[in-house]
Design a protein around this ligand. Structure first.
Ligand SMILES: [Zn+2]
Length: 310
């Protein structure tokens, strides 16, 4: 992907290195970070209250099962954001000294340009999300998260959270190398922001609260596949405007979408593949919807909720 010399987003908050200086702790019981009793979240066949360490383990395990951390944190805390206060935000644009940080800032700027135009076509104004780079642990309006949580979007503060070590994880553990694969991950999280701005996330939360576990998973799959499709729209619009693609880029994104499909992750986890527990969609579905968004470049091609076949 061609990215050097292009505009970097000003919406980056660089909190790398700040988390290891102490001062971070999981809130105690009663402090808002609670495991709801009897809500039916089962891990390893057990059910019940968990302390901070158990909670981290749950989040890590769930991520490997393909659940978006923001969703887990919300279901664990029983809150849709707002209970936590984010660390003081530095409104000054981050001065990024490293290539990977700069790269992410360019990709974020590309998503801003693409979605500003898409929203204009809808007669709406695009509100840019902020992106927090962190290492080890971070606090968001959706709760605390660790690096192992993987990248996530928090609707409560409309920020994307990424520990860049995840890209190493993708390359070496998940078999998804390449800069365009990394850009796809950022664009997928921006997709969740678009869903929040368009009111889709709210409708999904409401629908899930009245649904069985299996139904709720099925709804979540459509939500995730839509974010993949939206990542495809970003790729289409950015290529048309800026000619960023190099040979093999789209394959990198498709490969990444496949590598983090629920079926693949479950197999890697050594388990049987049980579609009812999927929350992100299969590898074929994920790469399929990215491709669809990339081909059309239009939001109306991404209605995963109406699609008869995913
Ligand atoms: Zn997602």
């Amino acid at each position: 992907m061609r990215w050097r010399g292009r505009r970097q987003s000003k919406n980056i908050e660089d909190q790398r290195g700040s988390s290891s200086r102490g001062g971070f702790s999981f809130p105690r019981r009663g402090g808002g970070f609670r495991f709801p009793r009897g809500r039916g979240l089962r891990v390893g066949g057990r059910r019940g209250g968990l302390g901070g360490v158990g909670l981290i383990a749950v989040v890590v395990i769930m991520w490997f099962l393909g659940v978006d951390p923001a969703v887990i944190l919300q279901s664990l805390t029983g809150n849709s954001g707002g209970q936590f206060t984010s660390p003081q935000t530095n409104r000054q644009p981050a001065k990024l000294g490293d290539d990977l940080g700069k790269f992410v800032a360019v990709v974020l700027a590309d998503t801003e340009d693409a979605w500003r135009l898409q929203f204009k076509q809808l007669g709406k104004t695009y509100k840019e999300p902020r992106l927090v780079l962190f290492s080890n642990v971070v606090r968001s309006a959706c709760g605390a998260a660790q690096s192992a949580t993987g990248p996530f979007y928090c609707p409560g503060d409309q920020k994307i959270y990424i520990d860049l070590s995840f890209f190493q994880e993708m390359k070496f553990r998940l078999g998804a190398p390449g800069d365009f694969a990394q850009a796809y991950v950022v664009a997928h999280e921006v997709g969740h922001h678009i869903q929040t701005l368009l009111g889709i996330s709210k409708q999904v939360r409401r629908a899930k609260s009245n649904a069985s576990r299996v139904q709720a998973n099925a709804i979540q799959v459509r939500m995730e596949l839509q974010a993949d499709c939206m990542a495809g729209i970003w790729a289409n619009n950015t290529e048309r405007a800026k000619q960023i693609l190099e040979v093999g880029d789209i394959d990198e994104a498709l490969n990444a979408a496949s590598a983090i499909g629920d079926d693949r992750l479950q197999q890697r986890g050594g388990g049987r593949v049980t579609p009812d527990s999927f929350t992100h969609g299969t590898s074929a579905q994920r790469s399929g919807w990215f491709k669809r968004g990339f081909k059309s470049g239009q939001l109306n091609s991404c209605d995963t909720f109406k699609a008869a076949k995913l």
